[in-house]
Design a protein around this ligand. Structure first.
Ligand SMILES: *Cc1c(COP(=O)(O)O)cnc(C)c1O
Length: 364
């Protein structure tokens, strides 16, 4: 028998969340962002739920190839553009649209041999200071691109640093709009947080680029919870209890003895550890569901196991199913955001860190 741990990808929930994104941006087209192997879900596994998108945005050329191999003939956008000259040949061959964020990428295009001009997304650095042309250089980059026979339509793109927080997007939108106002071309501004929280940014977008919301996490947790946005979990991680221990006051649990019982307790040992992608840093008290009922972790997470409290759950024992995040069989949900918060990180990181050794099943 394989080790009793499994991740489940929920196809219906992906489709539901994508629809929800569409309702927030009824006039825009939607890039389903599937970088990082669809945020750890697996591009091939996520595809069934996301095929209603208008395009797929990602950044690895190998991932673009996989999307094409799935039979997708619609738009595919490389969010970081090309990394070297020969990547442009693949763009021509697979009909990939690509971001242009720096002069070197324009240089590569200028020497690219093709009879079919390419669609590009010119990226502005409107304040994030990651990728893109500064506003003062943006128009000359556009003029240079526009003069190239290798380039077809030019769209405009920027990315927000604070769509999920108090600073908001207005300052970046102002810069973006002032610089692009009289330039032709479509515009794309919004990640998940901007799409859900900033209607003006959504209204200014011909394309929106939701990632994390499509995967059922609230981009502004803990300000909002996924359920408040109507988002459903798309990934469940669950494992079984493989041993039970009875403790007395003073007994300790796991490495470093950092949990100590203050009275009689029953604990379960679960077949999930940090080598499966469950964060080692999660402290005692991190929420879990045991047979769909709420409980908590105890002591340190080890490589292949972690411990949970069964004291209040007399029916739970060896073989009980523990949901580490996602949806339990009784329909109860443990938001991945709540586990990520205990680890001092975001659901993005937990999803992406699901380990290769965990078997994944697709639920229709
Ligand atoms: C990852 C990414 C997104 C999606 O962001 P979410 O916060 O997951 O919605 C959108 N645009 C760009 C440029 C990205 O890199």
């Amino acid at each position: 028998m394989p080790r009793p741990i499994q991740a489940t990808i929920h196809t219906q929930a992906l489709a539901h969340n994508l629809n929800l994104a569409r309702r927030h941006a009824p006039d825009a087209r939607i890039w389903a962002v599937v970088k990082a192997n669809a945020y750890g879900h697996g591009i091939e596994r996520a595809f069934a739920g996301l095929r209603g998108a208008d395009g797929f945005a990602l950044l690895d050329l190998s991932e673009a190839q996989r999307v094409r191999s799935l039979g997708w003939r619609g738009p595919v956008l490389l969010l970081e553009g090309v990394f070297e000259q020969r990547d442009l040949e693949l763009c021509s061959r697979l009909d990939l649209w690509h971001t242009v964020h720096c002069e070197q990428q324009i240089d590569m295009l200028a020497t690219h041999k093709t009879n079919v001009p390419q669609r590009v997304f010119l990226k502005m650095n409107s304040g994030m200071n990651r990728l893109g042309f500064a506003p003062a250089q943006y128009r000359s980059a556009w003029t240079r691109l526009n003069a190239l026979p290798q380039v077809d339509e030019i769209s405009h793109m920027t990315h927000f640093s604070d769509a999920d927080g108090a600073k908001g997007v207005a300052h970046q939108m102002e810069v973006f709009e002032a610089t692009t106002r009289d330039l032709p071309g479509e515009r794309t501004l919004c990640n998940s947080a901007a799409l859900l929280r900033h209607m003006d940014a959504t209204a200014a977008s011909d394309w929106v680029r939701p990632g994390i919301a499509v995967y059922g996490s609230a981009p502004d947790y803990p300000l909002s919870h996924a359920a408040q946005w109507g988002l459903q979990p798309t990934m469940t991680l669950a494992a079984k209890i493989i041993a039970v221990q009875n403790l007395q006051a003073g007994d300790t649990v796991g490495y470093g003895s950092n949990f100590c019982a203050d009275g009689p307790m029953r604990i379960g040992v679960v077949a999930c550890g940090y080598a499966d992608g469950y964060p080692r840093i999660c402290p005692t008290g991190t929420p879990v569901l045991i047979d769909g009922l709420p409980s908590r972790t105890l002591g340190r997470v080890s490589m292949d196991m972690l411990s949970v409290d069964l004291t209040q759950l007399p029916h739970a024992g060896q073989g009980s199913l523990v949901t580490l995040w996602g949806r339990a069989h009784n329909g109860a949900v443990l938001p991945i955001d709540a586990v990520a918060a205990q680890a001092g990180t975001l659901a993005y990181e937990l999803m992406c860190a699901l380990a290769a050794r965990v078997p994944v099943v697709l639920e229709e």
